[in-house]
Write a protein that binds this ligand. Structure first.
Ligand code: FMN
Length: 328
């Protein structure tokens, strides 16, 4: 009932993608999502080791024999190393080609890698936050788009970019390739809404950050996040531009520094402290990118339960809607 053209294109059971959660290693989470019928996506951060790290994660998923996608932020200094790692994996006659279903570029122009990915016969999706960028990505040859609204966690387009409910139908009207909706989805209601807007599926980031397999998310911070409301996020400067975070003492401090126009070094030092605090589970001092949908998420669940629950709820809603319509 929930089968869409996205399922055929990516050869997955349900039209649900786990969004990249860089700079974290999402290989464990991705495997759990894919085993449950969605598509898990690998992520990495900027590092001198990006080539080896990307190959390591791809090898892990390929050995497990589960489908996966790979995300790479184009603007990042590691993107060339990451793309080389992908190409070497698929060209070495390994099983990688069988299990790697899509390369998802974000944060930058998809045109930079469109030709090389097409030559390698790999599906290429790009994350867009505006209609203009969606049209450019489709012309660059992308096989699919992820339309990400302003409520989403992590990097957001620019101050007050379009929200998902208006971005998705506007993009769908302009392109012929499948569009995955992202930003604000946490359950089956979101999935049905996205399909109604014309999307071929959803991508969730915040919901999967709040799962047992997200080992990179400190348990104490996850526990605090279960109490967050939809208004508890704020946009602060991030690696590639504006970034939506959970509002806490860290974001208050960062916004204070920005308002006082302090030197970039002070900002860098604070961001470093924020990353350290995230690792130690200091919820107020931590830098925690998260979307507005955090206010809808009250429990940390296994990734399989998130997929199962989302699909079940969506099917029930669709059944209920068609029963209501038939009565009328
Ligand atoms: C902690 C965190 C890290 C993220 N890192 C990336 C990333 O490295 N690359 C990317 O394309 N998107 C990244 N995103 C965006 C997600 O992949 C996803 O599109 C977004 O979270 C969807 O909105 P939602 O948070 O409302 O579900 C990140 C999101 C979060 C919360």
């Amino acid at each position: 009932m929930l089968h869409t053209n996205l399922c055929d294109l990516l050869r997955i059971r349900y039209p649900i993608l786990q969004g990249a959660l860089g700079p974290h290693d999402t290989s464990g989470l991705a495997a759990a999502v894919s085993r449950a019928g969605g598509l898990g996506v690998l992520s990495t951060g900027e590092s001198d080791d990006a080539y080896r790290e990307t190959r390591r994660q791809i090898s892990k998923l390929k050995e497990l024999g589960v489908p996966f996608g790979v995300n790479l932020p184009v603007k990042g200094s590691s993107s060339a190393a990451m793309i080389q790692a992908v190409l070497d994996e698929v060209n070495e006659g390994s099983h990688a080609r069988e299990w790697l279903r899509v390369v998802i570029t974000s944060a930058g122009s998809p045109a930079r890698y469109a030709d090389v990915l097409a030559e390698a016969k790999l599906l290429h999706f790009h994350v867009v936050a505006s209609v203009q960028h969606a049209m450019k990505a489709a012309s660059a040859g992308c096989s699919g788009l992820i339309a990400e609204g302003y409520e989403s966690g992590g990097h957001v387009s620019s101050e007050s970019g379009p929200t998902t409910a208006v971005l998705v139908p506007a993009v769908v009207d302009q392109v012929k390739v499948p569009v995955v909706a992202a930003g604000g989805f946490a359950d089956g209601r979101g999935l049905v809404a996205a399909l109604a807007l014309g999307a071929a599926g959803i991508q969730m980031g915040t919901r999967f950050y709040m799962t047992c397999e997200a080992e990179f998310a400190h348990r104490n911070i996850q526990a605090q996040l279960t109490k967050a409301e939809i208004s508890d996020t704020v946009v602060v400067p991030g690696t590639y531009g504006e970034n939506r975070h959970w509002r806490n003492e860290y974001t208050n401090e960062i916004l204070g520094l920005v308002a006082r126009q302090v030197p970039a070094l002070a900002l860098r030092e604070l961001k470093h402290r924020g990353r350290m605090a995230k690792q130690s589970g200091d919820a107020q001092g931590a830098s925690v990118p998260i979307g507005m949908s955090i206010g809808l998420i009250k429990t940390v669940l296994p990734a399989e339960d998130v997929i199962r629950k989302t699909v079940y709820e969506a099917q029930e809603i669709i059944r209920g809607l068609s029963a209501t319509t038939n009565q009328g």
